[in-house]
Ligand binder design. Structure first.
Ligand code: PCA
Length: 216
């Protein structure tokens, strides 16, 4: 249906030599699905500075979403982490998939220092915890390609308060954690269900408790 609202769900290709990225697997699982009356448009972004923002903005223009939820892997984190804030800095600990490793570079010259998520981050965390899925608010999306895309998307949508946008980091899958004893992980089926719930909450939560520090 032409007027069906759309959700843009993005993930990342694998990086750092890992053959898998759970965020891409989640996107593949949910692309084309109907969640809370909206259609999921899925895109897997390159893990490359610059190109990742270009691809995300192109996808926004192609799909005219009411909601943008960007996903990325945060290996070593326990559970699903809903990011509060994107900061205007690229500071890479490792090269991206094009071999580029920016250090202390602004993402947008003269851009604001940071953008908050415009998703109902606390309501999203609560919804997962109610279903006994480990979840928390994260105060930093890092300074690698995930934060880069989060910032780039929020900057692009800065004058579009009608489009909610934010970022969620997901943990390793059990098969990734197997090589790293004692590291936390979450099965793909749980991660997919969690993201489906997050989208539903982000679409339907009527209050917009947006600004860091003022929620709850
Ligand atoms: N995680 C990385 C980049 C791609 C991904 O899935 C990050 O947290 O920046």
């Amino acid at each position: 249906m032409k007027d069906h609202p759309r959700v843009l769900l993005t993930g990342f290709e694998p990086f750092a030599g890992d053959p898998i990225n759970p965020s891409a697997r989640i996107v593949e699982a949910l692309a084309g699905a109907d969640v809370a009356g909206a259609r999921i448009e899925g895109r897997v972004l390159p893990c490359v500075f610059g190109q990742a923002i270009v691809a995300a903005i192109r996808a926004i223009e192609q799909t005219s979403p009411v909601l943008v939820l960007a996903l990325g892997q945060a290996g070593g984190r326990t559970g699903i982490t809903v990011e509060r804030v994107a900061i205007n800095v690229d500071d890479a600990r490792i090269p991206d998939n094009a071999g580029v490793q920016p250090i202390d570079q602004p993402i947008v010259a003269d851009g604001p220092a940071a953008y908050f998520s415009t998703l109902p981050i606390k309501a999203m965390v609560e919804a997962l915890r109610k279903r006994e899925i480990a979840a928390s608010v994260s105060q930093t999306a890092g300074t690698f390609v995930c934060n880069h895309v989060f910032y780039g998307v929020r900057h692009h949508l800065a004058n579009r308060p009608d489009v909610r946008a934010g970022f969620v980091h997901v943990p390793w899958l059990p098969e990734q954690a197997a090589a790293r004893p004692a590291e936390p992980s979450l099965p793909l089926a749980v991660q997919v269900e969690a993201v489906r719930m997050l989208i539903a909450v982000a679409l339907t939560a009527d209050e917009r408790r947006l600004v860091g520090g003022t929620e709850h």
